[in-house]
Design a protein around this ligand. Sequence first.
Ligand code: CIR
Length: 255
Amino acid sequence: FAFTHALCRAPAPSAVRGLRAEDGPDPDFAGLAAEHAAYVATLRDLGLSVDVLPPLDDFPDALFTEDVALTFPEGAVLLRPGAPSRAGEVEPMRAPLAARHARLLEMTGPGHADGGDVLRLADRMIIGLSARTDRAGAEELAALLDTLGLRAEIAETPPGVLHFKTGCGLIDEASILAVPALAACPQFAGLTVVETPSGEEAAANLLRIGDTILVGARWSATRALLSARGIAIRPMATDQIARIDAGLSCMSLRW
Ligand code: CIR
């Protein structure tokens, strides 16, 4: 959780047409931009050096930088996002990452993997198979991570959960908050699994930065549960980004 840097991308007006699994109302652009700005400000307040790349109006989901690459102190990996409309987000990420990382690896395909499906634990990575990450992509990514000295295991994402990390997020090195459908994930063996309170499944996509957890402001039972564990929390507005299926980890690359 000891990140020093983050890379975000400002939302373009087209973000209101971002992908979503179920037909629902578009987000309000001003509200979405405000949620993004508050997120960037919070990361800075927590001590991170945050760069915000310019908006890409041709790619409504480009503000979710987490899905197109992985970043580590050891290097970065350009991914192959599984949604066809997001494939073109990768190229504009190449130069910014090359400028910040000495080693830049790249998936070549034919498989696909989204960063939202990749969870970093203290001792290994988990790559979740999902509608966006297929087995060929997960295996190619695991091999690339191996060259960075990072061990990866492949897991299943439950049906109806967009990304693996839509359904879980680390509370600390030994504990994970997970939706009930993911609580029995075999790759969580050795971790304490805390289930999301009923009705607060969307709270699972939290984000720990240093000693602080960013959590959706709406999720009062989850906030209480985290506070009871003595963790500092920052409640964040997520109402507009939630309309396009996003949560708190999605809006940055961190290292
Ligand atoms: C998408 O469907 O790709 C975007 N509307 C939301 C991406 C959220 N990213 C994430 O969970 N890592």
